[in-house]
Design a protein around this ligand. Structure first.
Ligand code: FAD
Length: 492
């Protein structure tokens, strides 16, 4: 058995695999001494619980008596770097075992499974590897001038791209690293941006490698370890040995900080080989094609921190924020079949989307208006300040007037007094939430991982207060909702 499993949120399995993982972890899990297995974990190393579910399953299967064929592998966003060798190994092991099973009977050598055909650029639907080009139509700041966050409403033209999406899907964006950051790295490392570097099948000037093909803003342990071998700095070695300290450092720093703080020599070739491949970023689509036609709208918060008085930006959010009308952005659709509106437009929906988590619900409300069903729409939105951070305020107010939105509950956490978040509003409105759910409503959560957990706990409390459920019963109720496709989370 081969298990390929992603980790989502804070070390959780994907929703489709919840039942499987829980069963294997439970007391009723069978002995598996006849089973041979290998696990490939998929994840994003910028999350603390990177590939946690893969590791957990790998250990659990071994504990249940199964034979591990080869070590669990952990693939980062640059999936192929780890997944391709894992697949080769999996196929080789499968062939070997098949031969053993056939008791060394004369078998014709198994042929490698046909590899998927190379993507055809002329194909209708673009893909992650063969993205489409979308023209930027609008880049508008929708957070107030005094807001602590720079949030953009972005509109992209998809006409001619062959791209289609449904509300709930995300748009994948291939960013380019900031020219100034690339130049800064070249200067600090005293490297020539025009020197040509061959790596894999590509031969490009170093500047282009760094701008278009390498992660410069997200650090990984592997990059720090590679730098440490060159820097020979005791402080850096100590950081590498301190799991929690390293995690905190990673979140707050970028490659340039590492190189400036602990200088070391790199040559162009080694640098390109050591840095992970640049990966696309996903953004929930904030529109419905029934309303905007061949456009996709996004709601993007600029990732920004300061380090030693210098600005540090996230690669993709900064790239998008810098684009002006007419610029071309490479994009693809990342479908999310688990985050869909009810097929029956008479069903009510409850949408919990603080911050940029509100994005998909703008698309949901547009879609529901176009479908013209009788189901009610309830949005719970939260952010820091009413005056600065009420994204799409006039649209929501208009939708309330037009009857496209039926309830709007707001939580602003920095407007003085106690900090109020969407989960508090949910608790206050617990009776109505429970009534809507009992009436068949679908419930959606989108936004930060931690918020998703707080809201889940608030839902358990609502069920305890208004249905008299124990913690187990509340969890069971929510699990059933999930299995019926009536409770979906998109947290990141
Ligand atoms: C399904 C999905 C939907 C999403 N929808 C939206 C949306 O609607 N709107 C939105 O704004 N975002 C959304 N996101 C998040 C988005 O994809 C990006 O993660 C976000 O914009 C930051 O990307 P960036 O390239 O700007 O920053 P990055 O370049 O990825 O990150 C830069 C910052 O991360 C920190 N960092 C560096 N290394 C690490 C590390 N190892 N661990 C942790 N932190 C590190 C550093 O401080 C650095 O400054 C969504 C994500 C997913 C998965």
């Amino acid at each position: 058995m081969y298990v390929v499993i992603s980790t989502q949120g804070d070390g959780d399995p994907p929703e489709d695999a919840l039942g499987f993982v829980e069963f294997l972890q439970g007391r009723k899990a069978p002995k598996l001494d006849q089973l041979a297995f290998a696990v490939l974990g998929l994840g994003d190393s910028s999350y603390p619980q990177f590939c946690a579910v893969g590791r957990l399953l790998d250990q659990r299967l071994a504990d249940l008596g199964a034979t591990r064929l080869f070590a669990c592998a952990e693939a980062d966003l640059d999936i192929d770097a780890v997944a391709a060798p894992w697949l080769d190994q999996a196929q080789a092991k499968a062939e070997e075992r098949l031969r053993q099973e056939l008791h060394r009977a004369t078998v014709t050598p198994l042929r490698r499974a046909p590899q998927p055909a190379a993507p055809d650029a002329s194909r209708e639907q673009a893909s992650r590897e063969q993205p489409a080009v979308a023209e930027l139509l609008v880049n508008q700041r929708i957070s107030g001038r005094d807001s602590s966050r720079d949030v953009r409403h972005i509109e992209l033209a998809l006409a001619g791209s062959g791209l289609h999406y449904q509300p709930g899907d995300a748009l994948g964006v291939w960013p380019q690293n900031d020219d100034a950051l690339v130049q800064r790295l070249l200067d600090v490392l005293a490297l020539d941006g025009e020197c040509v570097v061959s790596h894999g099948e590509q031969r490009l000037p170093l500047r282009q490698w760094l701008a278009e093909h390498r992660e410069l803003t997200r650090l990984s342990r592997a990059v720090i370890a590679a730098h440490a071998t060159r820097a020979s700095a005791a402080e850096l070695d100590a950081l590498l040995a301190d799991g929690e300290g390293l995690r905190r450092w990673l979140v707050a720093h970028q490659l340039i900080d590492l190189i400036q703080r602990w200088p070391a020599a790199w040559d162009a070739q080694q640098l390109v080989a050591a840095l992970p491949a640049l990966t696309p970023r996903l953004y929930s689509i904030a529109s419905s094609q029934s309303e905007v036609g061949d456009e996709a709208h996004l709601t993007v918060v600029l990732e920004h921190t300061q380090c030693d008085g210098e600005h540090r930006f996230g690669a993709a959010s900064h790239y998008l924020a810098q684009q002006t009308e007419g610029n071309r952005v490479r994009v693809f659709i990342e479908a999310n079949a688990r985050f869909r509106l009810p097929t029956d437009p008479a069903r009510d929906v409850i949408m919990i989307g603080p911050g940029t988590g509100v994005a998909p619900f703008r698309g949901f409300v547009q879609q529901r208006a176009a479908a013209g069903g009788s189901g009610r729409n309830w949005l719970l939105f939260g952010a820091r300040q009413f005056r600065e951070d009420f994204y799409y305020q006039s649209e929501w107010q208009q939708a309330l007037k037009d009857g496209r939105l039926h309830r709007l509950d707001l939580a602003f956490s920095r407007d003085g007094g106690e900090r109020v978040y969407v989960q508090h509003r949910l608790a206050e409105q617990g009776k109505a939430v429970f009534d809507w759910l009992q009436n068949g409503a679908h419930l959606y959560i989108c936004g930060a991982v931690a918020m998703g957990k707080d809201v889940h706990r608030a839902l358990q409390a609502v069920l305890a207060a208004h249905a008299g459920y124990s913690a187990e019963q509340a969890e069971e109720y929510l699990r059933e909702l999930q299995q019926q496709g009536r409770y979906a989370r998109d947290v990141y």
